[in-house]
Design a protein around this ligand. Structure first.
Ligand code: SAM
Length: 312
């Protein structure tokens, strides 16, 4: 209890007028994989700022009048991060409850950290609501455990968006190859040929299993499997596009052993373009890629936003 007298008039401070920002992870896209807290906050929010990664099902459930898209703009340009930062502060200062909805977990390659720092600098109260990251859920729903007692005791999550042939690359593919564990690459569709070659050069066997999981948990999810030597052709034959997860390591072969009984995303075609799949299936699935999701990340990414590449 405070020491104000019972008769003291209620005082409104500046803080009372300021709303709050929630940095919320949507999970990979299936509305059932939203956390309870995320679903409640989306429901009660005045405004939801989002990009495309939460996927069509989750975004489709949010009333259009309270949605603001801060992803790709008409013409293929990204909304600058500075605009999003500014808008979050502006909306909160107007007293709104603001959900900043990000695919997966907001702090996994999601710029959530930058937004948190910006809000703190601006004195805006905020909360982080973790989400189910596509880095784990994507492989999982495809029947690929990122660790396995028999095959992988460690897992590394990396961005594939950087050019691994550049000196300044922050991803040490040699070191990753040496771990002997699973490598999960986000934003790694465009640069797949480069890092597959890097990993081969670093000593990983060409037969190392690889799985690509496109639009994991979305109604039109697809999975393609191959090996380090074949995966680029598999990607091209199947027409795999962002958003997709690349899983490299022996765990990726688990899918082949469980897929006949795997019921995740039953309605979703699985196995497109994989080496064991019948040709006809691969063909029909590659046709199902909606144009709106076929964004090619790297070409359209402004230099100043290197990791926005495959953020659909
Ligand atoms: C900017 S990162 C954001 C990652 C996100 N914060 C998370 O935790 O899942 C964007 C990348 O995440 C991956 N991604 C996100 N959602 C996905 C999904 N439903 N299916 C496959 N990959 C996904 C893709 O690699 C995509 O290029």
């Amino acid at each position: 209890m405070g020491d104000e007298g019972a008769d003291a008039p209620p005082t409104r401070t500046r803080e009372d007028d300021v709303g709050k920002v929630y940095l919320v992870g949507s999970g990979p896209g299936d509305p059932d994989l939203l956390t309870v807290r995320a679903a409640r906050l989306i429901e009660s929010a005045d405004v939801v700022l989002h990009d495309k990664l939460p996927g069509p099902e989750i975004l489709g459930q949010i009333p259009a009048e309270k949605r603001e898209d801060v992803g790709k703009r008409a013409g293929g340009e990204w909304t600058p991060q500075e605009y999003t930062n500014r808008r979050l502060v502006e909306l909160a200062r107007e007293g709104n409850s603001v959900v900043r909805l990000k695919g997966g977990d907001p702090f996994v390659f999601g710029r959530g950290g930058e937004e948190a720092e910006h809000l703190a600098d601006a004195g805006i109260p905020f909360e982080v609501v973790p989400g189910v990251t596509s880095a784990i859920a994507g492989p999982a729903v495809a029947g690929v455990p990122v660790t396995h007692r028999d095959y992988a005791s460690s897992v590394s999550f990396v961005t594939g968006h950087e050019d691994p042939t550049k000196d300044e690359s922050a991803v040490d593919w040699d070191a990753l190859a040496a771990t002997g564990g699973t490598i999960v690459v986000l934003m790694g569709v465009g640069k797949l040929p480069a890092y597959a070659a890097e990993l081969r050069a670093a000593g990983l066997d060409g037969d190392t299993p690889v799985a690509l999981v496109e639009r994991a948990t979305w109604p039109d999810m697809r999975v393609a499997t191959g090996t380090l030597d074949t995966i680029v052709d598999v990607r091209d034959d199947a027409g795999i596009e962002p958003p997709a997860i690349t899983v490299i390591g022996d765990v990726a072969a688990t899918r082949d052993r469980v897929v006949a009984f795997l019921e995740n995303g039953e309605s979703a075609p699985v196995g497109a373009g994989g080496r064991e799949e019948p040709e006809s299936e691969a063909e029909s699935e590659s046709d199902s890629t909606p144009e709106s999701e076929g964004e090619s990340e790297s070409e359209s990414t402004p230099e100043s936003e290197p990791d926005r590449g495959e953020n659909a």
